[in-house]
Design a protein around this ligand. Sequence first.
Ligand code: LLP
Length: 421
Amino acid sequence: MDHFNYQGGELCAEDVPVAEIAAAVGTPFYCYSTATLTRHFRLFDEALAGMDHLVCYAMKAASNQAILRTLAALGAGMDVVSGGEYARARAAGVPGERIVFSGVGKTRDEMRMALTGGIRQFNVESEPEMTALNAVALELGVKAPITIRVNPDVDAKTHAKIATGKSENKFGIPISRAREVYAEAAAMPGLEVIGIDVHIGSQLTELEPFRQAYEKVAELTETLRAEGHDIRRLDLGGGLGIPYTRSNDAPPLPTDYGRLIKETLGHLGCEIEIEPGRLVVGNAGILVSGVIYVKSGEGRDFLILDAAMNDLIRPAMYDAHHDIVPVVEPAPGVEQVPYDVVGPVCESGDTFAKGRMMPPVKDGDLVAFRSAGAYGAVMSSEYNTRPLIPEVLVHGREFAVIRARPTFDEIINRDTIPEWL
Ligand code: LLP
């Protein structure tokens, strides 16, 4: 459920007509709903009620500080994967003790930054990383709290580019080697081993892969405890999928997911962390774009939008589907027509949808891509020297630009010309 609905014949973000925002900021732009963000965060938080837990929002999904602040005010922690994300979370006011640091390639500088600035835990992904973190911690005279990410060799049944829990993926250590690696970690004086981490992939639409992974984690917890490790925290990753179309089977709900966690891991008495990204912000954001031209091609009509693959890469990169709806509510029973929906970038991959059935639109109309809040703005680029598009946050009847569109000069002036030219 989200808060982007037609009211009085026009698409509104909460109580603000999308066309009003478009008139103020120009198109294209991303628009987020505070009420939807709040609702989705709370669903997770409530799903884990009764267990000691922290929901660490995977901020890679959408990292604007206004979004982080909205979630942090509700009690969210953050899952970060780079020094930049760490700095951004801190700048948004998130305390270090609510930040977990994930990722296969943490650099020593990033480790130093987090250890001096404050960190809840590092989710360590390899032995070389363990060795590096131990050295950095000793150099700083501190102990680094860690979990070790195990790769449970489970098929997440999602798109290959976003599956992470099979043995062929680069993530974590094989669960079969966990005892050995935990013993090594325990012997390192700069590390404090506190738990286990697992994350098997993104956009999972079934609970079964989670069940398989969490059962393995439960067994491993008992094994490691029997060997003297004080396993007291389990980080279960993110990955719960969202409905991208109105018609397909809805993925499981956070409550079902919470129940599964309680069933598989509740008896262990561990503190539970989860790292959802997409489900918190995916349906809390839309991408609004203007129609530049409707061009008749051979046997097809192209809808040429002012948004392009550089603004929303998901269709080009993962063949992802995003519903595209007109901002003016179509008349009931209007006949739908097929369009190839494309952007202005000079490559054929700049295609959002082929043969998409939509109500007829014309030059100058506005359309909205639904479910674009996660992995939308954060994956955008300035390809073709197209400025990064603004982000807008709506709150009831109010809206605010939370990232402004840069001017061409701001973009161009970042280049520096060597003196020999
Ligand atoms: N934790 C870790 C360690 C992760 O790698 C990820 C996502 C998450 C949590 C959050 O997963 P979520 O709840 O959002 O599924 N760009 C792709 C998705 C990449 C996901 C990467 N890792 C897309 O647009 O579909």
